[in-house]
Design a protein around this ligand. Structure first.
Ligand SMILES: [Zn+2]
Length: 81
């Protein structure tokens, strides 16, 4: 009976030690702390024709700047001529 108690204490101690080690490792290098996140805030740009703000990745690039749509790019560049 005495040996069983010692074995139980050793198992509990090992369990706690292992848990602490896993916690320390996850604190040292959290997986979500990577510098390149896919959800980084997009750079906002304004349409030259209507002034609508939209993400840089969705903007249409024209000769003079960016537009919210191809239609506004055409309109703006047609007015410029
Ligand atoms: Zn526009």
């Amino acid at each position: 009976m005495k040996y069983l108690l010692v074995l139980a204490v050793v198992l509990i101690a090992f369990y706690i030690w292992r848990n602490n080690r896993l916690t320390d490792r996850s604190d040292a290098a959290p997986p979500k702390a990577s510098p390149r996140k896919p959800n980084t805030p997009a750079i906002m740009v304004a349409c030259l024709e209507c002034g609508t703000h939209l993400p840089d990745t969705e903007a249409v690039r024209g000769r003079d700047g960016v537009y919210c749509s191809l239609e506004h790019q055409r309109q703006h560049e047609a007015n410029a001529h």
